[in-house]
Design a protein around this ligand. Structure first.
Ligand code: FMN
Length: 325
């Protein structure tokens, strides 16, 4: 069902949805499946050299005609990697740093668009002023690292009042009713993460996917538990995870809780590490960072990502049509 918005016409997707960048969860397979379904698939550039990022993006764009974005986290971005992304993609995405007109110009210089995820009305104003083409407003309902200074709907209303560019709503959206709500409020789309963790294509460990499927409303919480060696936590150690992993981490002995593979090498996962369990991770998986929001309540099984996209967008379109029709 059609649900076109200003975001769709700007970035070239057919559905007003961006899959969140999610570290090891947001595999190329996931981004390609989401892009194939008509929404925006996003991969993360974190930890990749410009050459590795180029290979990853060339692979992703060769596998889909849909829209793929790349995400850069923190102020410590590699300008060469940003250029690699801007040369290959329609959309380059930033989070967890002050909106920077120099980075925006760098991306625009290669003909790509910039989206910037912000956590407050003031930061949205600054992002738009810096030249961002899309502003993503994150409420504190969001899974993962939380920059949002309050609940999504009041923040969204405030941002829509001051920003002229398309605005995406982010945080806790996993049900078609939630997507319909933010579209009805004036958002040009939604950024959705948690609802894509339990998909066939995601890079999450099967036990992490099952924990998301099992979670009910109210079973996520904001914590600082997973801050050991976390670059994002230097500025703010607020991350939303499933409550079960906070309890399991509290109960675990200090020291190593498992092992995982990064860049082809096995590394230890310490108690309190920000690394979430990926397919290659072994050990006490339940005590690792199971980033997720209460959007998990709408996830009842592991599905192909395209089904998640269609379920959310078709459902929201029907709800909105029923209200106006
Ligand atoms: C598992 C997970 C990992 C995340 N990693 C990133 C990331 O690497 N970069 C980023 O910009 N945002 C990241 N986020 C936050 C998202 O950008 C977004 O704010 C969030 O997914 C929205 O809330 P939701 O999960 O309830 O849909 C992550 C979120 C989750 C759930």
């Amino acid at each position: 069902m059609a649900l076109p918005t200003s975001y769709c016409s700007l970035v070239g997707c057919s559905l007003p949805l961006q899959q969140s960048p999610m570290g090891s969860v947001s595999s190329v397979d996931l981004a390609v499946a989401v892009a194939d379904a008509g929404a925006v698939g996003t991969v993360t550039a974190l930890g990749l050299s410009p050459a590795s990022l180029a290979r990853l993006l060339d692979d992703a764009t060769a596998r889909t005609t849909g829209v793929v974005a790349a995400n850069f986290l923190t102020a410590a971005v590699d300008r060469a990697a940003v250029e690699v992304a801007a040369q290959r993609l329609r959309l380059v995405d930033f989070f967890w740093s002050d909106p920077d007109p120099v980075l925006v110009e760098l991306v625009h210089g290669h003909g790509a668009l910039v989206s910037w995820q912000v956590g407050s009305v003031e930061e949205a104003r600054v992002a738009a002023g810096a030249g961002a083409d899309v502003v993503v407003v994150q409420g504190d309902e969001a899974g993962g690292h939380v920059r949002g200074v309050g609940s999504l709907l009041p923040l969204l209303a405030g941002v829509l009042d001051v920003v002229q560019v398309p605005v995406l709503a982010s945080g806790g959206i996993g049900h078609p009713r939630a997507l319909a709500a933010v579209l009805a409020a004036g958002a040009a789309g939604a950024r959705v993460g948690t609802a894509f963790i339990a998909t066939t294509e995601s890079g999450a460990h099967p036990a992490y996917k099952e924990a998301v499927v099992a979670a009910r409303s109210g079973q996520s919480a904001v914590t600082g538990t997973f801050s050991v060696g976390c670059p994002l936590c230097a500025t703010s150690a607020r991350h939303r995870v499933l409550r079960s992993c906070i309890d399991a981490a509290d109960a675990a002995d200090d020291g190593v809780v498992g092992e995982t593979t990064i860049g082809g090498r096995r590394v230890v996962v310490s108690k309190g590490s920000p690394l979430s369990p990926a397919a290659s991770t072994t050990g006490n998986l339940g005590a690792m960072a199971l980033y997720a929001s209460d959007a998990a309540a709408a996830v009842d099984t592991v599905r192909p990502a395209g089904d998640v996209v269609r379920g959310l967008c078709d459902g929201a379109a029907s709800l909105l049509a029923a209200r106006t029709g």
